[in-house]
Design a protein around this ligand. Structure first.
Ligand code: PEP
Ligand code: MN
Length: 338
């Protein structure tokens, strides 16, 4: 941490701050210029007694962190990319994972047809929301426990792993009883209490980036999961809010590249929620693979026109093979162990 004094700080001011730095458990290194003085506080910045509170002292201009707020997610902690095993499928370090399924679980017939179509294409992890975070309270909110029961049925019948969203703390146990992957949606990326509780559920967590979340904040959210007991975290870029309105969100492919440089965790892309329209899912998926994504999560419904949520962006599950087949050579080309 670098503590910058206002110009012409007195020796007494410098001494006072130096004492505080020592009290907080850091070693102060004083750099005295002609007009301005700086203290470099050497120590572990991620300790709870944050030096940032020195900012409130009248003689201080600013306090600048030099160390990242996350460690366990970073490449400094774990040099090589992590490989996770989810319900028998690997992801990371050259293992590409495709997750597909409807936005929402709507009925037994809808979910079974999707599972049948998608498993025929080789999909081993089916997504489907039982609890849905909807912008309007008048929109379909998901089948909730009945949706979980349907997910449990297809898990058994098709031998697939399940990825489904967890919205709130009281639901963690019952959702974790069915889910192999607990999805933290964009709206909950920085819901720290939920992250803490979900981390203890013993499942892999798919952490979507929030619509207005910085990469640093997203990685810090992943740090919460690891610190609270969940080492198996998959990061997911799903588009951010920008001034652009021709797509539902702006797919931030740079964030995928940055996250993969900073972190050893697998990073996947959700082209469906970024695009908001089915015709853009394939080109965005190709771009995601090219930038180095370790997998995709794609919405696919037996009959998108009749979907209860996100109808415009879902690929017909009966034609999913066309989409997947077009990506396979690119996956082969780009997904090398790194
Ligand atoms: C979803 O996956 O259906 C969903 C709600 O996604 P997001 O949190 O990215 O909006
Ligand atoms: Mn959706």
């Amino acid at each position: 941490m670098i503590i910058v004094f206002k110009p012409h700080a007195t020796q007494e001011d410098i001494e006072k701050v130096k004492q505080k730095v020592v009290e907080f458990g850091y070693q102060p290194r004083i750099i005295q210029g002609v007009e301005q003085t700086v203290i470099a506080a050497v120590g572990d910045e991620t300790m709870h007694k944050s030096l940032e509170r020195l900012q409130t002292l009248p003689m201080i201009q600013k306090v600048v962190p030099i160390q990242k707020r996350y460690k366990m997610v970073s490449r400094e902690f774990h040099d090589d990319p992590s490989v996770l095993n989810v319900g028998g499928s690997k992801i990371g370090a050259g293992n590409f994972l495709m997750i597909a399924g409807p936005c929402s679980v709507e009925s037994r017939e809808q979910l079974r047809t999707a599972a049948k179509d998608l498993t025929a294409c080789g999909i081993k992890i089916i997504r489907g929301g039982a609890y849905k975070p909807r912008t309007s309270p008048y929109d379909f909110q998901g089948l909730k426990e009945d949706g979980l029961a349907l997910l449990a049925e297809i898990k058994e019948e098709f031998g697939v792993a399940i990825a489904t969203e967890i919205l709130s703390v009281p639901d963690v146990d019952k959702v974790a009883a069915v889910a192999d992957i607990l999805q933290i949606g964009a709206r909950n990326c920085q819901n720290y209490h939920l992250l803490e509780v979900v981390a203890g559920a013993g499942r892999t967590v798919l952490l979507k980036r929030g619509m207005a979340t910085l990469v640093d904040e997203w990685l810090s959210a992943a740090e919460y999961l690891i610190v609270h007991g969940c080492p198996n975290v998959i990061l997911c870029e799903r588009g951010i809010r920008t001034f652009e309105s021709s797509t539902r969100s702006t797919l931030d492919l740079s964030a995928v590249a940055v996250a993969k440089k900073q972190s050893h965790l697998p990073v996947i892309v959700d082209p469906s929620h970024a695009a908001g329209r089915a015709d853009l899912v394939l080109p965005l998926a190709k771009a995601a693979i090219a930038v180095g994504a370790d997998g995709l999560i794609v919405e696919s419904h037996p009959n998108p026109q009749e979907a209860c949520s996100d109808a415009a962006q879902q690929l017909p599950s009966g034609q999913f093979h066309e989409f997947y087949d077009e990506l396979k050579p690119l996956i082969e080309l780009c997904n090398k162990p790194r």
